[in-house]
Design a protein around this ligand. Structure first.
Ligand code: AMP
Length: 367
C-alpha cells in the first residue's frame, strides 16, 4: 500500500500518530470521540499523548523494527510535528497510507524550499535569500538590507534557530552564533498584526477554512489567539484564498496552518506568508471550545476519508497559552467564569514549555 491510496476508515479502526506531544494527545482525544482508536509512536516515555491511548510505541524514529510493527497495528498514519525524518516516513509509507503525504515535508521542513514554493504560487513573502557562510550572509545583507532575520533552514520553532540582524552587527559573529550550515535571511517585516488560517483539505479536494485567527506572541512563542481576527472581510477572504491555494498545490490531506503577516501595502493592507505548518496548530486550539467541530476532529475526518465538517463558530474566542510557570495558576483559571481549561499533563514547567491552554468564548449578543 502507498500513501497515495484512498483511505476510508470505519469506527473501531486505528489511526497511528507519530509524535506524542499535546497535539498528538488532542488528536487522539478527538479520534476517540468518533469511535476511532489511536496508537502513538514517540521516543519519549513521558509523552503526554501516551496518557490517553490504549497502545503506545515508545521507540526511536530510526528503529525500523518498531516502525514496521507500528505500521502493522494501524490503518492509517499521521503526524503531529513536521520534522519526521524522511527515512522514517519512507518506511511507514511503504506499508500504510501516511497522510498528509510525506512529500509535503520536503517542502515544509526547509524554510528556503518552502519560500520558493510559496513564491512560485504567486503568493507574497518577506524578501529572502539563501545563506550558507559568513561571506554569504554579507552578500545577503547587501541584497535584503537591515534589519533582517536570519533563520536556520531546518528545525526552527518558537523563535529557536533565528536571530534579528541589526545595523552594525558583525556578520562573522552572527553566522558563528547561529551554529548552522544553511539558513535564510529574511527582510524584517514591520507587521501590523499576525494572523493564521487553519484549513482542512479532504482527499477529494474540498477545502474548509476556519475563521481567520489573530495571534500575539511573547518572546517568539504564541501567547494569545483571537478569533475572528480584527481584519476586514476582504482581507480575511484573501487570507483564506491563500491557504486554499497552498493546500491544493500541496495536494494536502488533513489540517494545515498558514501563518501570515498583515502589512501596509500600496492600496491598504496586504498579506505576506511567513510559514506553513503541515499539521494541527496552536493557533487553532480555540476551535476546541469555540467551534462546533475542532481542528483535531477535522484532521481526523480528513485522514479517515470522512466528510469534512463545516464548523460554526460559537462567538468571539480568545485562547491563552499556559507557558512555563503559567501552569502554576491553573486554579485561578479553573474558577474563572466562562473559561475552559486544557492541561497537557506534562511534568516540569520549564521556561517556554507549552503546558496547557485556556479558551474563553464570548457568546454573540441576542438581537
Ligand atoms: P517563525 O519561526 O518564522 O514562525 O517566527 C516566529 C515569530 O518571529 C513570528 O511569529 C514573528 O512574530 C517573528 N518573525 C519571524 N519572521 C519575522 C520577520 N521576517 N519579520 C518580523 N518578525 C518576524
Amino acid at each position: 500500500m502507498t500513501s497515495s491510496s484512498r483511505v476510508t476508515l470505519k469506527p473501531g479502526d486505528t489511526i497511528g500518530i507519530l509524535g506524542g506531544g499535546q497535539l498528538g494527545r488532542m488528536l487522539a482525544l478527538a479520534a476517540a470521540r468518533l469511535g476511532l482508536k489511536t496508537q502513538v509512536f514517540s521516543p519519549d516515555p513521558d509523552s503526554p499523548a501516551f496518557d490517553v491511548v490504549k497502545n503506545a510505541t515508545c521507540a526511536e524514529y530510526a528503529d525500523v523494527e518498531a516502525l514496521e510493527l507500528f505500521a502493522s497495528d494501524v490503518d492509517v498514519i499521521t503526524y503531529e510535528f513536521e520534522n519526521i525524518p524522511s527515512s522514517t516516513a519512507m518506511i511507514l509509507a511503504a506499508r500504510r497510507p501516511v497522510l498528509p503525504d510525506p512529500k509535503v515535508l520536503e517542502t515544509t521542513q526547509d524554510r528556503f524550499a518552502e519560500k520558493n514554493f510559496i513564491t512560485k504560487l504567486g503568493i507574497a513573502t518577506a524578501r529572502y535569500a539563501d545563506v550558507s557562510s559568513a561571506q554569504g550572509l554579507k552578500a545577503a545583507i547587501a541584497q535584503i538590507g537591515l534589519p533582517a532575520v536570519l533563520k536556520t533552514r531546518r528545525f526552527g520553532y518558537d523563535g529557536k534557530g533565528q536571530v534579528v540582524v541589526r545595523e552594525g552587527a558583525d556578520p562573522e559573529a552572527v553566522w558563528a552564533d547561529l551554529e548552522t550550515r544553511s539558513a535564510i535571511l529574511e527582510a524584517f517585516v514591520p507587521f501590523e498584526r499576525e494572523i493564521s488560517v487553519v484549513a482542512a483539505r479532504s482527499a477529494s479536494g474540498e477545502v474548509v477554512c476556519y475563521d481567520v485567527t489573530e495571534n500575539e506572541h511573547r518572546d517568539h512563542i504564541l501567547k494569545f489567539s483571537h478569533a475572528p481576527a480584527r481584519i476586514s472581510d476582504d482581507l480575511a477572504a484573501q487570507a483564506r484564498a491563500i491557504a486554499e491555494k497552498i493546500a491544493t498545490a500541496l495536494d494536502y490531506v488533513g489540517v494545515l496552518a498558514v501563518e501570515m503577516f498583515v502589512v501596509p501595502g500600496k492600496d491598504g493592507l496586504a498579506l505576506l506568508v511567513n510559514e506553513i505548518a503541515p499539521r494541527v496548530h496552536n493557533s487553532g486550539h480555540w476551535t476546541l471550545d469555540g467551534a462546533s467541530v475542532s481542528q483535531f476532529e477535522q484532521h481526523v475526518r480528513a485522514i479517515a476519508g470522512w466528510p469534512l465538517a463545516h464548523p460554526v463558530r460559537h462567538g468571539d474566542v480568545t485562547m491563552t497559552n499556559l507557558i512555563g510557570d503559567d501552569i502554576l495558576d491553573y486554579g485561578k483559571w479553573l474558577t474563572r467564569p466562562g473559561a475552559t481549561v486544557h492541561l497537557y499533563g506534562k511534568g516540569a514547567p520549564r521556561p517556554g514549555r507549552k503546558m496547557g491552554h485556556v479558551t474563553e468564548v464570548k457568546a454573540p449578543q441576542a438581537k
